[in-house]
Design a binder for this molecule. Structure first.
Ligand code: UT7
Length: 327
């Protein structure tokens, strides 16, 4: 079991107002509500304004945190924004967030581990604080996926949505949050989920040079339902936890069928699972903090609950964390 000196002390979240429902999508492409709900569990998703970017969503998530908890950002010494949809290649989203929030003396870094991003961000924040290098870190998971979707490609545009969540991680030896972690990468499967960029030709698919997300959904699905349950078992074993010790399972909200399959393969009860996909879709790095905040607002997650977070997606990467809920 790891020794942590870092504690999650506050949470906030934000989603754009504009909703895109399955019925709206029926008007745009050849699809239907029944297919989308049966295959994914998603009913609607949020879409950012043309003028609203990942840094704006990040700032609003942090503002929501500040409104709800008596926290000062003055002594934040690191901002980590987990995203695969940055406003620019440079400057980083985290630098824009630092400026917009007026944080005076802080480092700022973006982290791209796609849908696993938030778990990676928490892991790094825990490491920096536990090692004594930092004292107070903002970890934000935020995406504007609508900006990299091809709304004529029904295999991807029905899945993803926009939003963000933020937590504050602070030094605390007495009451740390972080219990244990398990991560893995299958870069050899990277071609199954990518967004074209400077290395457009890399996967030998010249037709896909479009700047949009491209996904072989079936392959990612197969990988997820095989890899995540094994990762969960490895994590629980390492931490000497039984599935019954877990109060809430918070998986990446990619697809309800994937979550159901993970639950049946691991013995984690679906009723003790919190997900955000029904009304927000797959929000990539934002999905876990959005689910956590949903659980908090609904009064499900209580102080000292044992939480199992598990991110998985592009890379292909996966990352699981066992945490003690310390807010
Ligand atoms: O967050 C990152 C990680 N990503 C994921 O976890 C995504 C993993 N994959 C999935 O969630 C699923 O693979 C999808 C939801 C993307 C697709 O579900 P599927 O059961 O794998 O469907 P499929 O791609 O095998 O397509 C089945 C059929 C095809 O028609 P035929 O060939 O059987 O005639 C598709 O053309 O459904 C068709 N189809 C659609 N029909 C209506 C594909 N997209 C749609 C659509 N509406 N939007």
């Amino acid at each position: 079991m790891n020794v942590s000196k870092a504690r999650i002390t506050a949470i906030g979240s934000y989603v754009p107002d504009k909703k895109l429902t399955n019925h709206d999508l029926e008007e745009m492409i050849e699809t239907n509500d029944e297919w989308i709900v049966q295959r994914t569990g998603i009913k609607e998703r949020r879409i950012a304004l043309d003028t609203e970017f990942t840094s704006d969503i990040s700032v609003k998530a942090v503002e929501n945190l500040i409104e709800r908890y008596e926290k000062s950002l003055d002594d934040v010494d690191m901002v980590i924004v987990c995203t695969m949809t940055p406003d620019f290649k440079t400057p980083s989203v985290s630098a824009l967030v630092q400026a917009k929030l007026g944080i005076k003396n802080t480092g700022a870094i973006d982290l791209n581990a796609a849908c696993s991003g938030f778990a990676y961000g928490l892991h790094i924040a825990n490491g920096l604080i536990t090692s004594g290098l930092n004292k107070k870190i903002l970890v934000i998971g935020a995406e504007t996926f609508s900006k990299i979707l091809d709304y004529s490609d029904r295999s991807t545009c029905i899945l993803f949505g926009d939003g963000g969540g933020a937590v504050l991680v602070e030094f605390d030896e007495e009451n740390p949050s972080f219990i244990d972690v398990h991560m893995g990468t299958n870069g050899e499967l990277a071609h199954n989920l990518y967004c074209t960029d400077l290395s457009n030709q890399m996967f030998g698919n010249e037709l896909a040079v479009n700047g949009f997300v491209n996904q072989n959904g079936r392959e990612v699905y197969k990988w997820a339902v095989n890899t995540v349950p094994k990762g969960i078992k490895a994590l629980l074993e390492k931490a000497q936890f039984e599935t019954t010790d877990v109060d809430w399972f918070v998986p990446h909200s990619a697809n309800l069928r994937i979550i159901e399959s993970i639950c049946s393969r691991t013995g984690l009860p679906l009723e003790q699972t919190i997900y955000s996909l029904e009304y927000y879709g797959n929000t990539s790095a934002a999905s876990i903090p959005l689910s956590l905040d949903k659980g908090v607002k609904e009064g499900k997650i209580k102080t000292n609950d044992k939480m199992l977070l598990y991110g998985f997606g592009g890379g292909l990467t996966h990352a699981g964390m066992l945490i003690n809920w310390t807010i």
